[in-house]
Design a protein around this ligand. Structure first.
Ligand code: GLP
Length: 267
């Protein structure tokens, strides 16, 4: 696992956006061989989306041959709901770049047949081969996508019920009203996320410190879904200093040292 420790949210966003851009360009995607990018919502990737939009607007990056798969969606919310993840993605990213609509994949929270929707999603990812780079955030309880604590570490795309902790955390997007937050969701499974060639998690602020401790120093355990990243061949966490507050000084020193050694060779 790589742990990239930056000074603040803005630096994390820039790092993540530069990494996404670097991977897309290095892949040299075409219409027949698109780059498959997994995306996420929440506050964590917002700054990265802003950076990527800037790169597109200044002609440095194109998404014409990028295919996307979003991680999750609330059941019962659709394109016309301000708080749907569909809406979030169009408002904060897709409306501002050159990605063809046909390349965008989001779970349909309004589906009548959840099972079929989830199976189709998995099939569609499989038809593209794999997700090349999956972006994600992490909940303060260690959830990834909407895989709450206790989720099977080999789960696939399915229906999940949210914990009170997540409903409370996400109520800030619903005017602070917990009763407005849907309690069930469709989400990629942990197995689905782990199948991506690379997984990049953005975690900032001291609210994420406990999750980062479990991700980096804890043992792999379904009660901390993020800890499965230890099993990924190419797992990256980019975090700010406050998010490292519960790591041992030695751990922080180790990862900073490794990155300092790598930097001249990678860039
Ligand atoms: C939600 C999303 C997750 C996200 C998490 C953290 O529950 N489903 O994908 O990682 O919130 O959100 P934030 O980045 O706003 O802290």
């Amino acid at each position: 696992m790589r742990l990239i420790i930056q000074n603040n949210y803005s630096e994390c966003s820039k790092w993540a956006a530069n990494y996404v851009a670097y991977k897309i360009k290095a892949f040299r995607p075409t219409a027949k061989k698109p780059f498959v990018l997994g995306l996420a919502t929440g506050s964590s990737p917002l700054g990265m989306y802003e950076e990527l939009i800037q790169m597109y607007k200044t002609g440095k990056l194109s998404f014409a041959n990028v295919v996307t798969f979003n991680m999750d969606e609330y059941i019962g919310l659709g394109p016309n709901d301000a708080q749907s993840y569909y809406n979030y993605m169009y408002q904060n990213f897709f409306n501002h770049i050159d990605i063809p609509k046909a390349n965008i994949h989001l779970l349909n929270g309004l589906t009548k047949d959840y099972l079929k929707e989830c199976e189709n999603y998995e099939d569609t990812i499989r038809r593209y081969g794999k997700i090349h780079l999956q972006i994600g955030g992490v909940g303060s309880d260690g959830h990834i996508a909407f895989n709450e604590p206790g989720s099977s570490l080999s789960s696939r795309t399915r229906v999940k019920t949210l914990t009170t902790e997540t409903i409370e955390a996400n109520s800030r997007f619903f005017g602070g009203d917990m009763s407005k937050v849907p309690t069930t969701v469709l989400t990629m499974g942990i197995g689905t996320i782990m199948d991506a060639e690379e997984v990049l998690i953005i975690a900032t602020g001291d609210k994420k410190a406990r999750a980062i401790h479990h991700a980096v120093e804890g043992s792999i355990n379904h009660m901390w879904p993020i800890s499965i990243l230890q099993m990924h061949q190419h797992g990256i966490i980019v975090c700010d200093e406050p998010a490292t507050n519960e790591l041992k000084a030695d751990t922080v020193r180790y990862f900073k040292d490794i990155e300092n050694q790598l930097r001249p060779k990678i860039k």
